[in-house]
Design a protein around this ligand. Structure first.
Ligand code: ZN
Length: 493
């Protein structure tokens, strides 16, 4: 083997250990949310810090630069591996060690401060900490961006290649159609469905059936309860969580389908990529496209909800909804609300757009932390027509800013936009999807997604991934067309 081939082999062996350790760190996080005894919190944070310390040292090891300089890729896959390693190495090297440490320290502390402030409805208690986080994120953005826009550098971490300007243009094109649709739907209200109570055990049994239905591989995963639904891990160990509220079965069922979408993406990646930089989703946006298409374009379709209604009748008897059509309306009910995570398909992206504008202004310095609550509440009144009644329904509702996730929110809407593109392309390419869904069979759709998106992992950039799958460059148009067609029909507009 020549020196360049040896460098590649050494680099990949080293990288594999780093990826394995990162999986261990992720599993400690999963355990903390699902199984860990309460009294273990302090020791756990020390355990996590120890693993993170080792990971940071490995990711900044000087040998990486040497290997990257010498390694010659033998094929396209190797070239993609090197591109990914170089990308994260470059990012790592641009951030001074002092800043990385300070960010880790402040954000882990800030999450606790945020949780307490939210529980006590006390914005003032959170603001000094938030201001510190923002200062550090601005510094990080500036270190990464050089002469460019610091916010772009933060976005790029979650959605490689995407810029704030491109996002702003896309959101600008979406807003008028969303606002018009929202106004029309809200002017045509439907009666509220009255649901009873649903046994937690029976909800979990139904959640497991739904995971089965969407092709979740139980031999490489498991489902547990947690406060917030999430998916974690990759390769042959991808775990999901859901939550159960006795009076809100749809919350459990659709959270489960959503997380199954994330998990099936990870499980669907080419197994040769396991424990390599290609063995994970291409970006947060592409990840969210999978969870959203499973949850909405498939899971909330008329065909699938028809099957789901029968399942629920079998399990819960008469549960307060008289027909499959009424059930379809109930799970697609549009109503204004304060909380992003509970928003319907029509409102959801308006919540994201508001956060994007506010956080971009915070990072630019156009908005001061002291003015954030007023700016939030003003914007909410303009966009949603309601008055925020308390901070936990307003600017304290999301964990993201406290843990330094600036530039993350727009990837939720990008996910919806990509899901719209994929749904359009998939339905044009594959006949009979709805006939299958009506029987509880999602395999035509999930096989298409696995074949055209999931198996590639991070082999291609997010934009390339979607473009190759769809045969066209992603735009917001297919998503908006889908939304308008669905909700104009649902609300007889
Ligand atoms: Zn998600």
């Amino acid at each position: 083997m020549n020196v360049n081939a040896t460098a590649y082999v050494d680099l990949m062996a080293y990288q594999r250990q780093t990826e394995a350790l990162a999986q261990v760190a992720g599993r400690l996080g999963w355990d903390q949310e699902t199984q860990m005894p309460r009294g273990a919190a302090e020791q756990r944070s020390e355990e996590m810090a120890a693993v993170e310390g080792i990971l940071h040292a490995r990711r900044t090891d000087p040998r990486l630069s040497e290997w990257l300089a010498q390694a010659e890729p033998a094929d396209d896959v190797a070239a993609a591996q090197l591109r990914q390693i170089k990308r994260s190495h470059d990012r790592m090297m641009k951030i001074p060690a002092r800043l990385a440490e300070e960010l880790a320290r402040v954000t882990s502390m800030a999450q606790g401060v945020w949780a307490q402030a939210r529980a006590g409805e006390n914005v003032a208690a959170f603001l000094p900490t938030l201001a510190r986080v923002i200062d550090l994120k601005r510094e990080e953005g500036a270190a990464l961006a050089g002469t460019g826009d610091p916010y772009d550098a933060l976005v790029d971490d979650y959605e490689p290649g995407m810029t704030a300007e491109a996002i702003a243009a896309m959101f600008g094109a979406m807003r008028p159609r969303l606002v018009t649709l929202r106004a029309a739907v809200l002017a045509a209200p439907v009666p509220d469905a009255l649901l009873g109570r649903f046994e937690p055990e029976a909800q979990m049994a139904m959640a497991r059936t739904l995971a089965d239905t969407f092709g979740y591989d139980w031999s490489r995963g498991r489902l547990d309860l947690a406060v917030h639904p999430f998916s974690s891990g990759s390769g042959s160990d991808v775990r999901i969580t859901t939550r159960v509220v006795e009076t809100e079965p749809f919350n459990c069922f659709y959270s489960t389908i959503h997380e199954v979408g994330h998990a099936c993406y990870e499980q669907g990646i080419d197994r040769h990529y396991a424990l390599t930089p290609l063995g994970m989703g291409a970006s947060m946006g592409v990840h969210e496209s999978q969870s959203r298409i499973y949850e909405n374009q498939l899971g909330r379709s008329r065909a699938f909800t028809g099957w789901m209604y029968g399942q629920m009748r079998d399990r819960f008897g008469d549960f307060g909804i008289a027909s499959a059509e009424e059930f379809y309306r109930a799970v697609n009910r549009v109503q204004p609300g304060f909380i992003r995570t509970e928003a319907d398909e029509v409102h959801y992206n308006l919540h994201v757009m508001m956060r994007f504008d506010l956080e971009r202004a915070l990072i630019r310095g156009d908005l001061q932390v002291a003015d954030l609550e007023a700016a939030w509440n003003d914007r909410f009144r303009t966009d949603f027509g309601g008055v925020v009644d308390r901070p936990s329904n307003g600017m304290l509702q999301d964990v993201h800013w406290s843990v330094g996730l600036f530039g993350y929110f727009p990837t939720y809407t990008l996910g919806n936009v990509y899901a719209g593109c994929l749904n359009g392309a998939m339905r044009a390419a594959v006949p009979g999807i709805d006939e299958g869904l009506a029987q509880g069979d999602t395999s035509l759709a999930t096989a298409w997604l696995r074949e055209n998106v999931q198996r590639y992992g991070s082999r291609f950039s997010p934009r390339e991934t979607i473009t190759q799958a769809c045969g066209f460059e992603p735009t917001e148009v297919p998503f908006l067309d889908y939304l308008e067609a669905k909700f104009r029909d649902l609300y007889s507009l």
